[in-house]
Each structure stands twice: as structure tokens, then as C-alpha cells.
Design a protein around this ligand. Structure first.
Ligand code: IPE
Ligand code: IPE
Ligand code: MG
Length: 242
């Protein structure tokens, strides 16, 4: 008999991914510069991380900066990179102490040497932690990631280490930046926008999507809980008829 895909039921999602959107609108509504929204957004990251830990989520992926966000004014990009630097310097000890493993996915080389060094050091320091897997997507784009996987696989074929017949979905996934990380069960986007904006395109094939109007700097543990509750009411069918 064929296995019946389980419904979400009361099970919490293993992997929650969040498109953290709305910092600029949060600031604009208060007559503040966009950077003020990004700074308050960093506080929301802390709340999401603590909340995820308390709610028993094993994998949390946060979309922090897309490949397309490089189009923004240099001052805004610099401010975001500065925030990231401060976050990595100040919070890594605490992340490590609380059992968080950090991974960063994206076009790392575009981030600048000092950030790349900080990221690599943070990843190495936390590599053995298992309580919560935090992945931060920086200079990340799903299409770019898929194209990169295709280039890597093509190189393997050219070198004679793989044959075209061996290229199937599980193999392809091993060449993505998320190799070893389960697919997201739940993708949340804040700010009221209802789009994916190039986030985890391959991995979200069967993710449940929850869009909420809350602007990212206002995001709380309760919002995370609400999204999880909504997820638990969904019936995941994966294409099967039931
Ligand atoms: C999300 O907030 C943060 C990043 C994309 C870096 P935005 O800066 O996109 O805020 P809005 O969408 O303009 O309100
Ligand atoms: C998506 O938000 C990227 C992040 C949240 C990091 P954007 O604000 O860049 O997306 P669009 O431009 O509204 O699609
Ligand atoms: Mg936005």
C-alpha cells in the first residue's frame, strides 16, 4: 500500500522560513529614516529566534537581504551591512551559548572581506550546536542558487565524476546552498505582500505559505505562534487525493 502523506495535524513545523519584510514602511509610518526600521527589525530577529527556540522549531531560516536588494541606495545597503556586522560581533557568543548553529546562504563573496571572515568564524564556532539551526539568507536569490547548482553539476559531469542519468531531484538538492537542511514546512511573509521574491524557490515546492499584515519590526513570538497555529490547520496533501 502506498504511504498516505500526513496532514499537518498537531505537529509543529520542523522548518520555518521567514521573509522579513516591512522595515521601510514601519519607519515611514513614524516619519523616521528607513534605517530606523532596519534597526528595529534587528530586535524582531531576536524575538523570532527566541520564540522559535521556545516553540520547539528545529530549523529557522531568515531572509535578510536578497540578491536584488543590491539595487537599493548605497547608504541603505551600507547600513544593513553595518547592522549585520554588529549583530555577528555582539550576538554570536549568546547564540553559541544557547545552542544555535548558524549558517549563511547566498553570494557570500559579494558581502565584503570582513563580513565573510565574521560569518565563517561564526559558522565554524557553532558547527556542533544542535538545539536550533539558524540559516540567514544574505545576498541570496533562489534562481541564482539553482543556476549555481547547475554549474556545479555540469562541472562534475565534465570532469567525469557524474553522468547526466544520475541527475535527479535528490542529487540536485545536494548541490544547493541548503544541502543537508530539510525543506521548509512553513514560509511566513510579513508586511502584507503576497509574493516569494526569489526566496527558497526549489525548497518551498510544498511549503505552506502564511502572509501576515504585521510589519517586520513589530513581529512578536505571538505572531510566530499564530502562523504555526494556521499551519497546523492546513491539510498537506503533496498532490495525493484524499
Ligand atoms: C525588509 O524591509 C528588509 C530588507 C529587504 C532588507 P524593507 O526594507 O523591504 O521594507 P519595505 O518593504 O520597504 O517596507
Ligand atoms: C524580500 O523583500 C527580501 C527580504 C525580505 C530580505 P523585498 O522588500 O526586497 O521584496 P520586494 O521588492 O517587495 O519583492
Ligand atoms: Mg520590502
Amino acid at each position: 500500500m502506498e504511504a498516505v502523506p500526513s496532514s499537518a495535524g498537531a505537529e509543529p513545523p520542523v522548518h520555518v522560513a521567514i521573509i522579513m519584510d516591512g522595515n521601510g514602511r514601519w519607519a515611514k509610518a513614524r516619519g523616521l529614516p528607513r534605517t530606523a526600521g532596519h534597526h528595529r527589525g534587528a530586535d524582531a530577529v531576536r524575538r523570532a529566534l527566541t520564540g522559535a527556540g521556545e516553540l520547539g522549531i528545529s530549523y529557522l531560516t531568515l531572509y535578510g537581504f536578497s540578491s536584488e536588494n543590491w539595487k537599493r541606495p548605497a547608504a541603505e545597503v551600507d547600513d544593513l551591512m553595518g547592522l549585520l556586522r554588529i549583530y555577528l560581533q555582539r550576538e554570536i557568543a549568546e547564540l553559541h551559548a544557547s545552542g544555535v548553529r548558524l549558517r549563511v546562504i547566498g553570494e557570500r563573496e559579494r558581502l565584503g572581506e570582513d563580513l565573510v571572515r565574521l560569518i565563517s568564524a561564526a559558522e565554524q564556532r557553532t558547527v556542533d550546536n544542535t538545539r536550533l539551526n539558524l540559516t540567514v539568507a544574505l545576498s541570496y536569490g533562489g534562481r541564482g542558487e539553482i543556476a549555481l547548482a547547475a554549474r556545479r553539476i555540469a562541472a562534475e559531469v565534465k570532469a567525469g565524476r557524474l553522468t547526466p542519468d544520475e541527475i535527479d531531484e535528490p542529487l540536485f538538492a545536494k548541490y544547493l546552498l541548503t544541502a543537508g537542511i530539510p525543506d521548509p514546512d512553513l514560509v511566513i511573509r510579513t508586511s502584507g505582500e503576497k509574493r516569494i521574491s526569489n526566496f527558497l524557490l526549489w525548497q518551498s515546492a510544498y511549503a505552506e505559505l502564511v502572509f501576515m499584515d504585521r510589519l517586520w519590526p513589530d513581529f512578536t513570538k505571538e505572531d510566530l505562534q499564530d502562523a504555526i497555529r494556521e499551519f497546523q490547520c492546513r491539510d498537506r496533501r503533496y498532490g495525493a487525493s484524499r
